[in-house]
Design a protein around this ligand. Sequence first.
Ligand code: NDP
Length: 497
Amino acid sequence: MATAISSVGLEDKVTSFMKKDRKMLINGKWVESISGKTFPTYNPATGEVLVRVAEGDREDIDLAVKAARAAFEAGPWRKMSPSDRGKAIWRLGDLLEKNLEEFAELEMLDNGKPLKIARVADVPLAVDLFRYMAGWATKIEGNTIPFAKPGKYFAYTVREPIGVVGQVIPWNFPLLMAAWKLGPALATGCCVVLKPAEQTPLSALRLGELIQEAGIPDGVVNIVPGYGETAGAALAAHPDVDKIAFTGSTEVGKMILQAAAGNLKKVSLELGGKSPNVVFADGDIDQSVAGASMAIFFNHGQCCAAGSRLYVEKSIFDKVVDGVSEQAKKIKVGPGWEQSSDMGPLVSEEQLKRVCGYLESGISEGAKATAGGQRKGDKGYFVEPTVLVNTTEKMKVVKEEIFGPVVVAIPFSDTSEVVQKANDNIYGLASGIWTKDLSKAHKLAAQIRAGTVWINCYNVFDAALPFGGYKQSGWGREMGHDALEMYTETKAVCVGL
Ligand code: NDP
């Protein structure tokens, strides 16, 4: 452990957090796994072990679900006044903000992202999310329902918490994904079992300590780190879980769906993407180039919304490709703790192999890299920011989610062609449009089948803005008012007068 972070000069809190094996949070207690097993979490910039973490499995998940169920039924959270519930969630946001530096460092070490990015993106966005959701705790409302024949009946709806929720999250924004999931569940009065990704369990575990400090009662949030095939699968299949919320690959999303069928638990899924980013010739080319670069290279391309298919109007294709390639070459790739690093390593050796596999496949099929194209160095999991041209629609690099800093640039002639190409994919998560012609932008926005359309911007997230996918990018929406729908049931109450 010491070698992994000794050179980094981190604050004491983070180094002491790494000094002992991390336990799991069940029913307000920090406990070891029933099996006694632990698993390592790595620093992706060096490949070294940071710390070992309790390895949850079926039995631990079962205990955590029992704790969540008991807390839900006893109702210390569900029956708390909405105002007090909101205050506790707000306190959690405050505590997170107070410990911003520590969380940014944890994200940098565990995930690999640059510290300077975690400080301004991951942690503040998570703080905002908790504050936004704190406000909703007092505003979970139903309706009064006008009947066809008034006077005989009076009817109204109430929205009640869905119950015990299982949440399985990925590694690309470990803290933020925990916040996206926990925020609406807490605001609506649900109780939770959260399973962080095996690559990045640390910030969720530290968040568990803040959840306790914020005064959220025991058993309301249980955090069980472990592997997807064991702990994750057990949570998805558990008969006493009322809802499962998942973010990750479409492949695992489909497995979650099957596992959930046993007790027909409700399911929400935020899955993969291969998002089209469309640049028209009438736009501000410098702005489009900067936006297209950020759309793919932010977070090393490890974003479900990454603008990984760049469609450029033919007349400016070369100019935009040159511009994005120049930007790619300028990106300083290095360990997250160096102030100069714009891009860190990929999260794991597995992701490194996966992304390099895509690069090899694309290039061997005839694609040309105008920037990057390979692994960077031989220590840590770094990849060069890459721009590929000369692709065809059949290539895997055009069709499949790469989840790395790799964009394919493709020319188009007119709007109808680009609509057809943009929609020609199994995913429908996000998209971008760059043009000065607002009429064209809105017409195109209406035709693209994606959960988010960014016009003259990209990767803009806000706690109030719903996010989620069409087609195989998922079911339901995260954030915004929409997220609350996924954590409540509607009850209709009808009174004979
Ligand atoms: P996964 O979908 O495997 O992982 C996401 C989460 O699901 C993790 O917590 C994982 O646990 C868990 N999980 C894995 N298998 C199961 C299962 N059978 N039942 C329940 N939970 C399970 O993604 P990977 O980490 O394998 O990444 C592979 C690809 O997925 C990426 O290259 C990218 O394309 C996509 N992805 C998409 C994300 C998004 O934001 N939409 C985020 C991350 C990945 P564990 O970590 O232990 O495997």
